[in-house]
Design a protein around this ligand. Structure first.
Ligand code: SF4
Length: 316
């Protein structure tokens, strides 16, 4: 903890990448030791990047599928800077009566768009990552019982090894089916909702059509981006044949699993897996309106939009 700095210095020594600096009084911008020595016994982020190049962009890969992540960046403002202050005279949302305005009568029912929720929360989106697949039951049952919105993220059909395609469109995905069914099993049908998100690849596969027509999903979320980065979702694949299959389905897979040199490097253990990237949409006003109309025509009750950290000129 003591090593995490408020300035950019933390970027050169992070637990997320298993990196450390030789000394503690590092440069506030680069995080480098003021004297960087040739016989340094430590691996800092800069040193790691020189050996492993863009692999150093990722958290320690051995935890993929077994972890979730938060950020080390200090924005200078956090929840501890806020105090919630209640009213003394009068009340909102309940009668101003000491016998009525009691703790067990608290009601936080609300509406998100057209969807009634017992608690104003939309959770997501949990896509094709191993961690989402492994812990899906807990998420689905919890969200359904709590009356919240749960969003199935991108690429679930595209990554499902048992998916069936016809003319490039998905006609069956046992994993997508399982996720929708588990939520509906515990859902009262009144509060909360199960939403299916679609990115560029999902749109090409017709995932929205499959979800609305075959799985009776009411809400589709169009994905424009992610909160943390203006690139598409990523997963790590540790099986060569699977990496090749995903490339053939149309995903960007790095390094190229069909390249013989890469295949040999994988067999020799020089690389321990492949990155599967998905694309970022480049919508226009016209294409968005037409897409929303197409989804509604299939029978979806709501269409939502997930955007990323884009400039206000594009999304405001
Ligand atoms: S390589 Fe240089 S900057 Fe990195 S930890 Fe070692 S001495 Fe410090």
């Amino acid at each position: 903890m003591e090593r995490v700095q408020k300035n950019s210095a933390y970027l050169n020594a992070m637990s997320t990448t298993g990196t450390r600096t030789r000394v503690r009084d590092v440069n506030p911008q680069s995080g480098m030791c003021p004297i960087c020595v040739s016989d340094c016994p430590f691996i800092c982020e800069i040193a790691l990047s020189t050996f492993r190049a863009n692999e150093a962009l990722y958290p320690e890969t051995r935890y993929f599928g077994e972890s979730t992540a938060s950020s080390l960046k200090d924005y200078g403002l956090d929840w501890s800077h806020f105090n919630l202050l209640a009213r003394l005279r009068g009340a909102e949302g309940i009668a101003p009566d000491p016998d009525v305005a009691i703790f067990p009568n608290v009601n936080v029912e609300s509406k998100i768009g057209k969807t009634k929720v017992k608690f104003p929360l939309a959770m997501g989106a949990f896509g094709s990552t191993d961690v989402a697949r492994r812990y899906w039951d807990g998420l689905a049952v919890g969200a359904a019982l709590a009356g919240c919105i749960l969003i199935i993220g991108e690429n679930v059909c595209g990554v499902d090894p048992k998916s069936e395609f016809k003319n490039g469109r998905v006609v069956r995905s046992p994993e997508m089916e399982r996720r929708v069914k588990k939520f509906k099993e515990f859902w009262d049908g009144k509060y909360g909702d199960i939403v299916v998100q679609v990115n560029v690849e999902d749109t090409r596969f017709g995932v929205y059509e499959y979800a609305v027509s075959k799985l009776e999903v009411d809400t589709v979320e169009i994905k424009w981006g992610q909160g943390a980065k203006a690139i598409g979702g990523e997963i790590r694949v540790r099986d060569l044949q699977r990496a090749i299959e995903l490339k053939k389905r149309g995903y960007v897979v790095l390094p190229d699993p069909e390249n013989p040199t890469v295949q040999q490097a994988f067999k020799d253990g020089i690389i321990d897996g492949f990155e599967r990237h998905s694309r970022v949409g480049m919508p226009t006003e016209k294409s968005l309106v037409e897409f929303v109309e197409e989804i509604r025509d299939l029978g979806a009750k709501s269409v939502t939009l997930k955007t990323g950290a884009y400039r206000p000129a594009d999304v405001a």
